[in-house]
Design a protein around this ligand. Structure first.
Ligand code: FAD
Length: 323
């Protein structure tokens, strides 16, 4: 049976986060040939609706309001609930981002619906849809089978491939007026605490530094390599605890979970709590002077050497090849 599924887009600085298109692809799979309705919540976002259609949505519902200029749990949950009330979908897919992780369980509880969080894959089998999600800090994967009822799902960035963009697709982009009231939170200002232009959780290449970097000033070595590769810079908790960098860069069990195509671990020992956040990277390169370091057990390529020799040489070589 075909289904109607909502895919909620997420906009940052006037542009879609990639996970929005991955949510559309997941919604398409769940819909089993039914209808995928893109959802856009925000202020002055209507003009972006067609992009969701180009990535596979059949039509888009927009709630455009100055009360949605920044994310608030009250505002966004009222807006999304109004879309759900209007559309009566069988599934609602969001990105497994700070917003998706807040919004999906809130509404799922309110609507007495199921929630599958942090899905890394989705497939359909007859009437059922089956989600894959990591458990035990990524050491194993479980399959969650949803047979009936409305289900919310959040999809982990960089795991479910977006459909190819097709500008020739067309569909309706309609506004829904929602009277958003009783906001208990007002966003007065947004202060970004990282300078990096590349979003860590969606980056396809990450260069991460550990305590082996020996000082915050040496993170410039990683910045230089990252610049050449178009990569984001991350870190171990060891590096964050030592105040070499901001905690916003921390990757691992208590930091961000990342799945880039390429992860370069520099001066990181490979503690289990770090590995929990990056072991699903497609290719892992480790640079460490200790040949016995745990990180080499999960690395596809290992360089045993002093990072202060190796990293500048890599940067130079990549410059020759890529720039
Ligand atoms: P270290 O273990 O000190 O390793 C530094 C590495 O650098 C060594 O392998 C060394 O050989 C190498 N090195 C040193 N100098 C050089 C050089 N010149 N050239 C090349 N290599 C060099 N950690 C996380 O990362 N993320 C988490 O989310 C996280 N959550 C945690 C949650 C809990 C509850 C607990 C208890 C711990 C958590 N940790 C986490 C901490 C984790 O256990 C480790 O302590 C931490 O990952 C170690 O960081 P590190 O590898 O940078 O440092």
């Amino acid at each position: 049976m075909t289904k109607k599924v909502l895919a909620v887009g997420e906009i940052r600085d006037g542009e879609f986060r990639n996970v929005s298109f991955e949510a559309v692809a997941a919604a398409k799979e769940i819909s089993a040939g039914g209808e995928v309705v893109g959802v856009l919540l925000g202020e002055n976002v209507s003009s972006l609706g067609n992009e969701l259609i180009a990535y596979g949505a059949d039509r888009v519902v927009v709630v455009d309001s100055d009360k949605l200029a920044g994310y608030t749990p009250d505002g966004y949950s009222q807006a999304l609930q109004a879309v759900i009330d209007q559309e009566s979908p069988e599934g609602i897919v969001l990105g497994h981002t700070a917003i998706g992780r807040d919004l999906a369980p809130k509404l799922a509880a309110r609507l007495n619906s199921g929630l599958v969080s942090d899905a890394t894959g989705v497939e359909t089998a007859g009437e059922e849809f089956i989600f894959t999600r990591p458990i035990y800090s990524g050491k194993a994967f479980e399959k969650k089978v949803v047979a009936e009822g409305i289900v919310f799902a959040t999809v982990r960035p960089n795991n479910i491939p977006a459909l190819e963009k097709d500008e020739s697709r067309s569909g309706d982009v309609a506004s829904l007026d929602v009277d958003i009231k009783d906001l208990r939170t007002i966003i007065k200002d947004v202060v970004k605490n990282t300078a990096s232009g590349v979003d860590l959780s969606e980056a396809s290449v990450i260069v991460a530094g550990g305590r082996g970097m020996k000082g915050s000033e040496n993170f410039t070595l990683l910045d230089e390599l990252a610049n050449v590769l178009g990569a984001a810079v991350g870190a171990s908790r060891g590096a964050c605890d030592a105040e070499y960098c901001d905690y916003a860069l921390q990757i691992g069990q208590t930091g961000k979970v990342v799945t880039p195509d390429l992860y370069i671990a520099v001066g990181i020992s490979g503690a289990i709590q770090h590995v929990a956040g990056m072991s699903n990277s497609k290719v892992i390169v480790a640079i460490n002077k200790d040949p016995e370091a745990e990180i080499f057990n999960i690395a596809d390529y290992g360089i045993v050497g002093d990072l202060f020799d190796v990293v500048p040489k890599l940067t130079e070589e990549f410059k020759n090849v890529l720039v």
